[in-house]
Ligand binder design. Structure first.
Ligand SMILES: Nc1nc2c(ncn2[C@@H]2O[C@H](COP(=O)(O)OP(=O)(O)OP(=O)(O)O)[C@@H](O)[C@H]2O)c(=O)[nH]1
Ligand SMILES: [Mg+2]
Length: 348
């Protein structure tokens, strides 16, 4: 990349960010886009090339993500402010508290990556679809390893259950990938890759950037990869846009995504509003619109089950720490009681 000739629009800048600057700020400040997030430093890119910006209190309190826009004084590396984000991809991190981990900011498209093998799992893909809906970015399903599979179209048909998503099948190691993904990867566009470990995210990144990032072989037996990518970085693609590679996720936990879940299952959530009882569990109540749709062959039990699972998870992630502790305590008490009962029955 020739840093000397890079412009703000090349970096993804546009009216949305420009309108956040006062006239004074336009004169005195420089916008920098975060390309790498580290504990103490942000690596950024501006029109004069790369700049390392030390983490400060404002940034720590705000929370930083790859793709963020920072403002510093023209001759300083001290960040004054983080601009409002056009979009934000975040997920729940492990533990009791619903703390969000920021994955990427200001992206236009989410490439949901899976492969044409045993990794393909519709429930997991629905979760990623909810992630895209929540961030209000366009999802594109990218199915890798089409070259290793007899009939990739079988996976495309299975993906049709996701509704309203473009599906592309690729061999991520081949140069043809650039052409297939180009519509989302042009100048000014930013894309993030998400998906399980070993599906080929870094391979796509290598092909799209011409770089040689670390990728690792896959274990043959279970189609699971070995976690390879550890940091989050944004790279310039040969097509002019920017790409955020992310480490494979073992389990994606959504946060504050109830509306997004309903959007992914819009047909079901809309229909559920027409059930006779507004607290219908969709199991055996009279006047249940979902049961009627199953009977009519319009919906499958499995898909309704996946929707309900995500809704339950969302209801739980909305609970306070105290509520969650109380639920766990009750569960353990009930378990203990059941064990005691079993033991006393055995003893008889
Ligand atoms: N034949 C073939 N191999 C692929 C394809 N995509 C990825 N691979 C191989 O799959 C392995 C894992 O790919 P990575 O790109 O490291 O996977 P990743 O998604 O970045 O994995 P993490 O960084 O662990 O999340 C590598 O050996 C790649 O060469 C593909 O489309 N076709
Ligand atoms: Mg990787």
């Amino acid at each position: 990349m020739n840093n000397e000739t890079i412009t703000l629009p090349d970096l993804g800048w546009g009216a949305f960010y420009q309108s956040q600057l006062s006239i004074e700020e336009v004169e005195s400040m420089r916008p920098l886009r975060v390309t790498e997030v580290h504990r103490n430093t942000m690596e950024t890119m501006g029109v004069d090339g790369p700049v390392s910006v030390p983490m400060n209190r404002m940034m720590a309190e705000h929370g930083m993500a790859v793709g963020d826009w920072l403002l510093t004084d023209r001759d300083s590396v001290h960040a004054e402010r983080v601009l409002d984000r056009k979009s934000l991809i975040k997920r729940g991190s492990a533990g009791l508290e619903a703390v969000a981990q920021l994955i990427a900011a200001n992206i236009d498209t989410l490439f949901i990556v899976s492969s044409c093998n045993a990794d393909f799992n519709i429930a997991r893909l629905e979760r990623y679809m909810a992630l895209a809906h929540q961030a209000e970015v366009e999802p594109v399903l990218v199915l890798t390893k089409a070259d290793t599979c007899d009939d990739p179209s079988e996976y495309v048909s299975r993906a049709a259950e996701l509704q309203n998503v473009i599906t592309i099948t690729i061999d991520a190691t081949s140069g043809d990938t650039v052409e297939h993904l180009a519509p989302w990867c042009g100048v000014g566009q930013t894309v993030a890759l998400v998906g399980s470990s070993g599906v080929g995210k870094s391979t796509i990144t290598n092909t799209m950037t011409g770089l040689d990032l670390l990728t690792k072989g896959i274990r043959e037996d279970d189609a699971k990869g070995v976690h390879t990518t550890t940091a989050r970085s944004m790279y310039r693609m040969v097509t002019g846009g920017w790409l955020v590679d992310t480490p494979g996720m073992r389990a994606l936990r959504l946060v504050d995504a109830r509306d997004a879940v309903d959007a992914v299952f819009e047909d079901i959530s809309d229909l559920a509003l027409t059930c006779k009882f507004n607290d219908c569990t969709h199991e055996n109540e009279p006047g249940c619109a979902l049961r009627a749709a199953i009977d009519a062959g319009e919906l499958t039990e499995a898909r309704i089950g996946r929707w309900q699972k995500l809704v339950r998870e969302e209801d739980r992630s909305g609970e306070t720490i105290a509520e969650s502790r109380a639920r766990n305590k009750k569960f353990h008490q009930e378990n203990k009681y059941a064990q005691k009962l079993r033991r006393s029955k055995k003893g008889k």
